[in-house]
Design a protein around this ligand. Structure first.
Ligand code: GTP
Ligand code: MG
Length: 177
């Protein structure tokens, strides 16, 4: 194969504890899902290679801690991200409300150039559960205030929409770089 450009892109998953950040990464990178909850401490990353358009992209996906007491360890990893993936849980209103905080915190800590156009992907996770409380139109309305954002609803448990969400993150990051 000739002519494919190699690029390394950095992604960061942010959102409240328990929304499913680690589960989304695990489903996307290894097609695995774990029922048991194990809090992420600090931050760690996995990589995955994808071919998109004319690019061979190494995705470096950083998973961070949603629990407040572990967050200070994560903050230093925000810098250099090419796209920020904000995750909430469709069965938790507070996790949706917290997206404002996570977005602000990202923009402060990562201090990207051109913050108004920085790419975000918003994920509403756990759509397999039937006690959903956050409605799609609420999220679309929140997103309409942000210039460069895409929205997906996923289930890390079943795997719905995960590839699409991450691929869009790559697209949006490439458009910026
Ligand atoms: P922190 O590391 O504390 O920030 O949490 P997290 O956002 O990484 O959440 P995690 O991926 O650990 O998931 C929390 C719990 O929700 C676990 O018990 C998962 O099995 C469960 N979970 C994650 N995604 C889904 C989903 O799509 N559907 C269902 N039913 N459960 C999920
Ligand atoms: Mg986690």
């Amino acid at each position: 194969m000739t002519g494919r450009k190699k690029v390394l892109l950095k992604f960061i998953l942010l959102g409240d504890s328990g929304v499913g950040k680690t589960s989304l990464m695990s489903q996307f990178v290894s097609q695995k899902f774990f029922i048991d909850y194990k809090a992420t401490i600090g931050a760690n990353f996995l990589t995955k290679e994808v071919q998109i358009d004319n690019y061979l992209v190494t995705m470096q996906i950083w998973d961070t801690a949603g629990q407040e007491r572990f967050q200070s360890l994560s903050i230093s990893y925000y810098r250099g991200a090419d796209c920020c993936i904000l995750v909430y849980d469709v069965t938790s209103t507070s996790s949706f409300a917290a997206l404002n905080h996570w977005r602000d915190e990202f923009l402060i800590q990562a201090a990207p150039r051109d913050p108004d156009n920085f790419p975000f992907v918003v994920i509403g996770n756990k759509v397999d559960l039937n006690d959903r409380v956050v409605q799609t139109r609420q999220v679309q309305s929140w997103c309409s205030d942000i210039l460069n954002v895409s929205y997906f609803e996923t289930s890390a448990k079943r795997g719905n929409n995960i590839e699409k969400a991450f691929e869009t993150a790559v697209h949006n990051a490439l458009a910026r770089s």
